[in-house]
Design a protein around this ligand. Sequence first.
Ligand code: UDX
Length: 436
Amino acid sequence: MKIAVVGTGYVGLVTGTCFSETGNEVTCIDIDQAKVDSLKKGKITIYEPGLEPIFDRNRKDGRLKFTTDLAEGIKEAEVIFLALPTPPGEDGSADLKYILGVADQIGKVLDHYAVIVDKSTVPVGTAEKVHAKIAANAKVEFDVVSNPEFLREGVAVEDFMKPDRVVVGTSSDRAKAIMERLYAPLVRQGNPIIFMDERSAEMTKYAANSFLAMKITFMNEMANLCELAGANVDNVRKGIGTDSRIGKRFLFPGIGYGGSCFPKDVQALGKTAQEFNYDFKILKSIMLVNEKQKVKLIPQVKEYFNGDLKGKTIALWGLAFKPYTDDIREAPSLYNIKALKRAGAKVVVFDPEAMNNVKKEVGKKVKYASNMYEALEGADALMIMTEWPEFRTPDFSKMKDKLKNKVIFDGRNLYDLHEIKAQGFEYYSIGRETVK
Ligand code: UDX
């Protein structure tokens, strides 16, 4: 099948590359000339494990092409994916200017029937808006379909190739048949394509992300209560996660969720509710709790140093919003850096992948260590922000040699309480007793 993907950001590039892997002829389109040049030369523009080899192979085999020319890119394409940014506008609602701008252009140049697919996360009613925009100029028949993505950064290729489900919102049988054919290789193992109307598909994406954000947030509040009540949230997590109605996943408490999706989507769903005059109370709580949770350890750090962080050096392990990514969007680490600096502390940071992004964002306000132990050299305390595997089994003796005080503030519950006690650390984590 011949397909086009407009937008070569994270979602677009994964979508285009993976569809070329299943044998389609894919053209990715972007207005950014430098990006397109780099992709044409075989230089991948995002960090995503497992993507590069399939990107290379399909590009070399001529199944994956790049252009800045929309008309050329969508020529003969049966399916045209829109994978464009939907940044939150000032009021928190998703800004559709990029999507509607491209829809307008498509309407002007489309010369054959095509299925135009909203892949970006877009609010309810967007498929209708995109349809109207294209219809204003189009001289040919077309359908607009909503097909939200559920990719997790770090495992996006696997999520794409073996999806739990594919959601397709369309009221056209013709479009349905085409989408069924396109996705057939990905749902062979029996995972369903769920067809529904466009509005429900759009709502499904927000419901999924907000529900997951709620699950995490519930556990974060549970953890805070466990600390006060003398319970251990890890035990509670295991105790409830084994109930198949609850499920084991997304129950790990910590210093809040971040990333490019959850914060934005919870806010946007709240905005949608507001538009329909519905007071969606739980969404407001999720956002409030998460903001507080991100800097939950700061008061404990301050208390440890008797309320005065001036001149103290705090080492941070982990900057990315989660492991296996260099993404720092809405990362708890950034909020902690800000809070520590505001309190007069010096900050030295280390992350296996996200250092460059933090350099761009934070600049010289913090020091950058070249490895996890160097960050501890002469530091007064360690804070852990991201659960990278290399932080899980560190050389504790080396840590003790380098740190001025044997104290760890762990926002990701990496260590066993008995072990940390045996190692002689003072240890603060989330929802568990403090080891002193
Ligand atoms: C998420 C959705 O999972 C994905 O389906 C959607 O398409 C995009 O948004 P992603 O942002 O890549 O994906 O990250 P995810 O792995 O879902 O984690 C989100 C945040 O939740 C991270 O900050 C992570 O640290 C946090 N989290 C996750 C927890 O705090 N506890 C958990 O148990 C799980």
